[in-house]
Design a protein around this ligand. Sequence first.
Ligand code: NAP
Length: 278
Amino acid sequence: MSRTTRLAGLIGFPVEHSLSPVFQQAAFDALCLDVRYELWSTSEDELPERVASLRDDRFIGANVTVPHKERAFTLMESVSDVARRAGAVNTIVKRDGALHGENTDVPGFLAPLQQRGFDLSRMNVVVLGAGGAARGVVVALQTAGCPHIVVANRTIERAERLAAALGGPLQTSGLGDTLISHIETAGLLVNATALGWQGDRLPLPETVLQTLPPTSLVYDLTYRETPLLRAATQLGYPTLDGLEMLVAQGAESFRLWTGQEPPYDIMLDAARTAAKAR
Ligand code: NAP
């Protein structure tokens, strides 16, 4: 690294598992930009100092991941409208030396659907989960004009809080049989629970999953083959995992930091290769 090399990185805890350095570095290298993308493991206590350090001219910006997206929002000097609605910042950009918060998870979620020609303005959608990721998904679906969104969560009160915060055409449900009346008209089922990383459990009963119309897409934000994606494939549904979303949100961060068109295909290839090797 030379003295003129500039830095970007990922703020979170833990961050060691992240694929972001692989595909972000591939993008900087492809465009011959003298930037190094680093992992910045940061505890809750260290977060304000870490964020403040980005004001130094060496830094072009940062990504923020679990568990700091909501708190990072409160540490910005300005935030975009999308970040405000999502209540979370996953990308920090410098504007005249000041820290500006963006949320690229929102366009990142939509990008793979747009690439597949999905018309969300005509689609009923069921979102499983009511945490930070689910909130970003709902903001994205509302932005895309989705007419009917159901947020289904293990803890129904959390789904109700999310619906109250975002308003619009939102209904709530638990994850059991009450979900059937919503699932059977849905064109898209999104898993935004954290269950994809844990064991063999499905986020909803298989008997409920089976009531989804045959051509509806099952989209899991987890970027690996989850029990839900396996079950959906066995039942014949088209599926999509979270890798393309991960790369798309990173590509939008890259665009904001550099002002250049991100080399999306190079980023996706690098992420796919690294994900397969794990
Ligand atoms: P979070 O805020 O901690 O929320 C976790 C959600 O999972 C809650 O709705 C929770 O329900 C539910 N859940 C956890 N354990 C469960 C269980 N045993 N049974 C049923 N539901 C359970 O997490 P998050 O930040 O929203 O992240 C959720 C997922 O999205 C993670 O897997 C993350 O990797 C993924 N994600 C992917 C991308 C991408 O770029 N592909 C971006 C962002 C997030 P309760 O409310 O009942 O606890």
